[in-house]
Design a protein around this ligand. Structure first.
Ligand SMILES: [Zn+2]
Length: 235
């Protein structure tokens, strides 16, 4: 009888151990699968990631064409904020920009800080640059980027109401004008950028153009799609 009890007890312990082992194996298998799934998802995520490249201060006789060729080669659409004073003599570049499907917005006539000017004067400057763009492309610009990102309520009121232009700022400042080194510019942008953000660059430096190509190739490998700013600004 005692022997029988011990046997039953041993059997129970044995079954219990097997159950524990079974749970452990199941837990480990599922765990490994969940981790593997996580890694797989990260690499093959269907969640779309978008980013917009913006180029200010052009068109530039020396570098804008190189940039446009590289963007076309990579099938990337970007956004350009032009200075009115740079347009005369570079009309073909602006036409090409438009033909290639890039967004063209106003940066100003020259590069003065419009928040320091009277709103009426700022409106006049922006309207003049917008008109120069319209004369070349046949399209009225819808967006503007204030030089230095300098903006205030008076400008918002005047520019928004009179010109119906939407100001576009940026999330990631590449500091390309200061760094002047494509490797450093790429590193800065890749470190800061997140989904849905706008990157600021200038198509007036060789390093910026080279950096833009590397940024495109590297962010694409991470699953990013390049869009124009209007596509990011739609809520
Ligand atoms: Zn600028």
């Amino acid at each position: 009888m005692r022997h029988g009890t011990s046997l039953a007890l041993l059997l129970m312990i044995g079954l219990f151990d097997m159950a524990i082992l079974g749970i452990l194996i199941l837990y480990l298998t599922v765990g490994v699968e969940v981790t593997a799934m996580g890694q797989w998802k990260e690499l093959h995520s269907d969640d779309p990631k978008y980013v917009a490249l913006t180029f200010d201060d052009g068109p530039n006789r020396e570098y804008t064409k190189v940039l446009l060729d590289g963007l076309k080669e990579r099938n990337v659409k970007a956004s350009f904020f032009l200075l009115g004073k740079c347009i005369p003599g570079n009309e073909e570049l602006v036409k090409l920009m438009d033909r290639d499907g890039h967004l063209i917005g106003v940066h100003g006539m020259d590069h003065r800080d419009l928040a320091k000017e009277k709103p009426e004067y700022a409106v006049k400057q922006i309207a003049e640059a917008g008109e120069m763009i319209r004369e070349v492309t046949g399209k009225e610009p819808d967006y503007m980027r204030p030089p230095y990102g300098s903006w205030n309520e008076n400008l918002e009121e005047a520019v928004g109401k009179e010109l119906l232009l939407v100001p576009v700022f940026w999330d990631v400042d590449s500091l390309d004008w200061k760094l002047q080194d494509s490797g450093k510019i790429v590193k800065k942008v890749l470190k800061d950028v997140e989904n849905g953000e706008i990157i600021l660059l200038h198509d007036e430096f060789a390093a910026s153009v080279e950096a833009a190509f590397q940024i495109i190739d590297k962010l694409r490998a991470k699953g990013y799609t390049f869009v124009t700013v209007d596509e990011l600004m739609v809520d």
